[in-house]
Design a binder for this molecule. Structure first.
Ligand SMILES: CCCCCCCC/C=C\CCCCCCCC(=O)SCCNC(=O)CCNC(=O)[C@H](O)C(C)(C)COP(=O)(O)OP(=O)(O)OC[C@H]1O[C@@H](n2cnc3c(N)ncnc32)[C@H](O)[C@@H]1OP(=O)(O)O
Length: 219
């Protein structure tokens, strides 16, 4: 007899496993505004064509800001806690490269619950460029991976990606709203099968499937 992955009614509290947890409401407006400024900075650096004197000025300003910010650091692995659309606790790593609310390198992809999985809208700026004007394929995979993991987690079966398949169906444009959706399609023992899509104006640009292996947490 096989025992399939069992969803948990409520996700375990990461604090019980030694992780720092910050509540979403505790993130100050000032911090969130700084993160937005840093996202704009990434794009500006990636495209600037100003003279060396102006670059030197910018470097000095950035070096001063980096020193200020390093004055107090959260530990690696710190998590952010929120409530999903059903009012249940949800967790993510606060500095997650795809979805982290305080990571300036994250677009960020914010996913909400739907009847059968998760869904989010995201626009990628020019710092995610691969081919001219298009999102880098690795980032397309990263968006899918995050959505696939979130769908498993939202279904009460958080885990790690063991296997990821991506099909690039059409170019994924920069600077345009993209819709990302994902859902669980089945389970087998600890394996959770998930499927995700990215669309632009309704047109499929990429789709992926993954096997997530459910976390085995001591009870
Ligand atoms: C503390 C509390 C926290 C609670 C709250 C959580 C909130 C979550 C929040 C938010 C959502 C998250 C969103 C994140 C999204 C991004 C996800 C990522 O980027 S994950 C990083 C990349 N992935 C890795 O680094 C994995 C590296 N690999 C491993 O660690 C192991 O290989 C692991 C865990 C995947 C499996 O190892 P084993 O020892 O536990 O289990 P074995 O027995 O090997 O496999 C179990 C089953 O899976 C199959 N399997 C394993 N690997 C496979 C593969 N590559 N392809 C196909 N099947 C595979 C096996 O054949 C087995 O299947 P059979 O039951 O026997 O049928």
């Amino acid at each position: 007899m096989t025992v399939d992955a069992q969803p948990v009614a409520e996700l375990p509290d990461p604090r019980d496993f030694g992780f720092t947890v910050v509540h979403r409401e505790e993130l100050s407006d000032e911090l969130l505004a700084l993160v937005e400024d840093a996202r704009a900075l990434n794009d500006a650096v990636a495209h600037t064509d100003v003279a060396p004197e102006a670059l030197a000025q910018a470097r000095a300003a950035i070096a001063a800001a980096t020193e200020t910010l390093n004055g107090a650091r959260r530990p690696t692995g710190a998590m952010v806690a929120g409530r999903d659309s059903r009012g249940r606790p949800e967790y993510g790593t606060i500095a997650n490269i795809v979805a982290g609310p305080v990571n300036p390198a994250a677009p960020p992809l914010e996913l909400a619950h739907t009847d059968d999985g998760v869904r989010g809208e995201v626009t990628l700026n020019g710092s995610y460029e691969g081919p001219p004007g298009l999102v880098h394929g690795g980032w397309v995979a990263a968006l899918l991976d995050q959505a696939l993991g979130s769908a498993a987690s939202a279904a009460g079966m958080p885990g790690l990606t063991a296997h990821l398949d991506v099909d690039y169906r059409n170019p994924t444009p920069l600077h345009n709203p993209l819709t990302v959706t994902a859902r669980v399609t089945g389970t087998e023992r600890r394996k959770v099968f998930v499927s995700a899509e990215i669309r632009h104006n309704g047109e499929l640009t990429a789709e992926g499937t993954a096997i997530m292996v459910q976390l085995m947490l001591p009870s």
